[in-house]
Every structure is written in C-alpha cells, then in structure tokens.
Design a protein. Structure first.
Length: 519
C-alpha cells in the first residue's frame, strides 16, 4: 500500500466528473480504488455551469472547476477564495507600466514558443510560471486588455512567417488573442502543493502541472488516452475557420502538448501506439511507460441476449455520437453488411447530445440509406455492463482512440469485435477479432458480415476474446500498477524548494526575462 498521506492533483479536460465516456470512467475508477490517496480535482470545462455525472468518493477532497468560457469575471470562478477587496487592489496595481515591465517579458516568451513550438523544452515552462506568479497579485483581465499586450501579440504572432502568404484579418487577430486569453485561464487559479500532479491530457488541463513543477518541484505524470495533439489537429482541420485561426489553434496545442511531455516525470500512455507521437514530440523514451486500461471481469461477463432484443443478427456499439467516433462510416458499413446479412441490425448506445448537428447528420444518412429498421441510435444505456449482451458481435468505427473500454468490455462479454485500426485497438484485440482501416465502410461492413455469417468462427473468437481480457486487461492489475507508479514518482520536496536542476533553470530563465515578481 502507498503512503496514506499521498496527495495528488488530478487534472481533467472536458471529462470527469461532468461528462460520461472512457476517460471519465478511467478517472472515477482511479479515484475509487486508490482510496489511500487524497485527490484534489481540477476540472477544465467549457462553461461555469456543470452537473456532476458521478458521485465522488470521499478521498476526492475538493473539486475546482476551471471554465474556459462563459466567465465574465475570472476571479469569481478561478480565485473564489480571494476576497473582493484583494481582487480590487490587484486591478489597481495592474497599470500599463506594470504590464510592460512584469507581464510582457514572460508573455512574449510564450508567444515566441507558440509561433515555433518545435524548439520547446522543459526550460520553457519558466515563462508560464512567471505569468502564474504575476496573476497572484495582479488582474488577469486587465493584463490581457492592455494596449501593450495587443501590440506584442500583433508583432510576434500575427507577423509569423507562416502567415505571410495569407495575412490574418483584424477579426482573426481579435479572435486568436481572445482564444489565448481563455486557454491560459488555468494560470489564474491557486495551484496547491501536492505530492504529485497527474494530468489526464496533454492540453490546457496540464498547465497547473507545469506550474506546480516550477513552483514546488512537484513531480508530474501525464497520461495519454487518445493522443491529445492528434485529436486537436483532427478537430481543427474539420472546421471552416480561416487559415490564420486554424494555424494558431494548431500551434497553441502543439506548444502546450510538447511542454507537458518535456515537464512530465513520467508519460503514461494507455497503449504503445501513442509512443510514436510522444517520442516525436521530444519525450525521452526512458520516461514513457504504457499502462493499459483494465476492467472488472466480474461486472463485464458473458450472458445470452435479453428477451427484449429481436432474434436477428445484431451488432452492438457503445459510442457517443460525435465525429471522432465516425458514426457515419458505421452507418455506411451497415448498408454493406445488409447485402450479405439482409436482416442485420446495429444497435448503438451513447449520448445523442454531445454534437447535435452531427447526430442530425447521422439520422439523415440512416434514412437516406433506407436503414431505419437496421440502424438504431439507442441513446444513453443505463446499464453499460449489459448493453453488449444485446449483440452477437460488437463494432467500433473511430478515427482516433486511446485504449477504448468499449473494445475490452465487449471482449470480456464474449462479443468479438470488428474495429478500426486506430490507437491501441490492435493491441487490445490481438488475434481475437477483426481490425480494418479507419474510414473504410466497405471493409468494416464486410468484416461484420463475415463474423455474423460464420457462427463457428464467431464462437471461437468470443471465447478467445474473454480469455485475452482475463490474461491482460484486468482492473486489479491496472490499479496495482498506478499505485506502484504513484509511490515511485512521488518524492515530495520542501515547500517552495524545487529540485536543484529546476531551481537552476528557473533562476536563469527569470534572469533572462528581467522580471520583478515581487512588485
């Protein structure tokens, strides 16, 4: 058992405890079963108003919601413990002269790193720490609204060589600076001194970990589920934003992700597949350790189809309806499978509200392909341990994944899986199912038809799937590994005293920036 006094700052982004999904399941399981660890939860969200989807275990000592949007006054949401009198005084102190002297030097360094993220190293966390220190005594909003801030942003970011052929408009400039204001908001909160920090994504939620490393010498663990940067690239490329805005979002994400990797004491992907991105972005191979997700094989266990499910060849899927799950390809694969299995039915369970526009597109496609009786969007299923029993096999059509619970849960229930070859899917399935290229509806549909049309092979793969989960992906093993990792990584330093190497980097960086942090 680990030290019962071990404290961990756990950081999430758009997931636990305010959203369902694989990452939230992973977080909740971690907090529940590591009951000898005290967790402080920082949850980066889209808006200030959120409803918890989980009953938090008692060892989650506090939850700080960090809304990136919808907060008209950052001090209310990000610094609720600070009296308004101090907030008011901090505004008075945030004069144009102070902004130029103390805010601009580290801010300009951050801007240079966003423009050229390829050269970011661990030492480049110093400017973020300097900004954090500045915001402890000065006003966040006033600093970003200063004319000098706009001038610096225009001079460094808007004049980037990549934008010369397609210069940003005034609207692009205002939009991108506003985005930066929002994405750096976690620097405006009080970051606790814990034994270690654990960020569940190498994005905005990792900023407090970076600051904690510089402020307290706190060791940091970064978990990659889906590769954050890859998924940001996919999301940005799927928009109709002007080039300058896409460029800025991509570079900002690259900068933060690379800095998370460099700062982390340990990078813990949920599958080996992610190592390619991590190493390419500068992570030393020696500090990467894959920790597979695990499930309870007592809860996810074989059972016959329930009585309410029609007696027809059925494919089941657990997936929220949004673009990364590529439900449109899954729908098209149903049309392909129907050519060989005329009465095939797909039953898909997951939120219909994550992306309402995409859900509407999927409903339209189902109708256009005359699949209304063959493809069912079932919405939220209140008993996830039982939904896989409704199918003969399971399917996953994602274009990006980490190590998906939906795959190993279905396998544990003796439902062979046909899935796209993304993330750790191949590592999960092994030889116990079928793996096809992402975005290939023909291959996915043919894979489904081949299993549904061969009961003997289906039965063989069903047993092999269960056996593979029992051998490799038990929840008890995953929890044991995290407990061991927490114990080995956590080496608390005296308050305010970073390790010698960090202290050296910080002093040199601050000397270069000529920052007076105590004004």
């Amino acid at each position: 058992m680990s030290d019962p006094s071990l404290s961990v700052l756990l950081e999430t982004e758009g997931t636990y405890p305010f959203a369902d999904g694989g990452v939230s399941t992973w977080c909740h399981t971690l907090c529940q079963l590591l009951d000898d660890v005290d967790f402080t939860l920082f949850a980066v969200t889209g808006t200030p108003t959120n409803t918890a989807k989980y009953d938090l275990p008692p060892n989650v000592r506090s939850v700080r919601t960090l809304p990136l949007w919808g907060s008209t006054e950052p001090s209310v949401d990000f610094r609720p413990e600070v009296p308004f009198s101090k907030v008011y005084i901090s505004r008075l102190h945030t004069t144009p002269a102070v902004v130029k002297r103390d805010f601009l030097p580290p801010f300009e360094q951050v801007l240079h790193h966003i423009v050229d993220p390829e050269n970011v190293t661990q030492a480049d966390g110093a400017p973020l720490h300097a900004l954090y220190r500045f915001f402890q005594t000065h006003d966040y909003k006033h600093a970003f609204r200063a004319r000098a801030t706009w001038d610096a942003f225009s001079r460094i970011v808007l004049a980037a060589p990549a934008l010369h052929d397609d210069p940003p408009s005034l609207a692009d400039a205002a939009t991108t600076l506003r985005w930066l204001y929002h994405f750096l908001l976690p620097l405006n909160t009080e970051i606790p001194n814990t034994d270690l920090t654990h960020t569940t994504a190498t994005g905005t939620c990792g900023l407090p970990s970076i600051v904690a490393h510089w402020a307290h010498g706190t060791p940091m663990i970064a978990t990659d589920h889906g590769v954050y940067l890859r998924e940001r690239y996919l999301a940005v490329s799927d928009t109709d934003l002007p080039f300058a805005q896409k460029w800025f979002l991509a570079h900002l994400s690259h900068y933060i992700t690379r800095l998370c990797y460099h700062t982390a004491t340990l990078v813990a992907p949920v599958c080996r597949h992610n190592r390619r991105w991590e190493e390419r972005l500068g992570t030393a191979p020696a500090k990467i350790r894959t920790i597979y997700n695990g499930i309870s094989t007592d809860d996810f266990a074989p059972a016959p189809k329930p009585a309410h499910v029609p007696d027809r060849p059925t494919v089941v899927a657990a997936a929220h309806i949004f673009p990364l799950k590529d439900i449109e390809t899954m729908i098209q694969s149903c049309a392909v499978a129907r050519e060989q299995i005329p009465d095939v039915q797909y039953r898909v369970y997951g939120s219909l509200d994550v992306n309402a526009d995409y859900t509407a597109r999927c409903r339209t496609l189902i109708h256009e392909l005359d699949l209304d009786d063959h493809f069912i969007l079932g919405g939220f299923h209140d008993t996830p341990t039982e939904l896989y029993h409704e199918g003969n096999i399971s399917v996953l059509s994602s274009i990006s994944e980490g190590f998906p619970y939906a795959v190993i849960e279905a396998m544990a229930c003796e439902r062979p899986v046909v899935a796209t070859d993304v993330g750790g899917v191949r590592e999960a399935i092994g030889e116990c199912g079928l793996v096809v290229p992402p975005g290939d509806a023909q291959a996915l549909g043919e894979g489904v038809a081949s299993l549904l049309g061969d009961p003997d092979r289906q039965a063989q793969l069903a047993q092999a799937s269960r056996d593979r989960v029992l051998a490799k992906f038990r929840l008890s093993e995953a929890v044991r590994t995290y407990r061991e990792v927490y114990r080995s990584v956590a080496h608390p330093s005296p308050v305010g005293s970073p390790p010698p190497s960090t202290t050296h980097l910080l002093k040199n960086a601050l000397k270069t920036l000529s920052i007076n942090l105590h004004s």
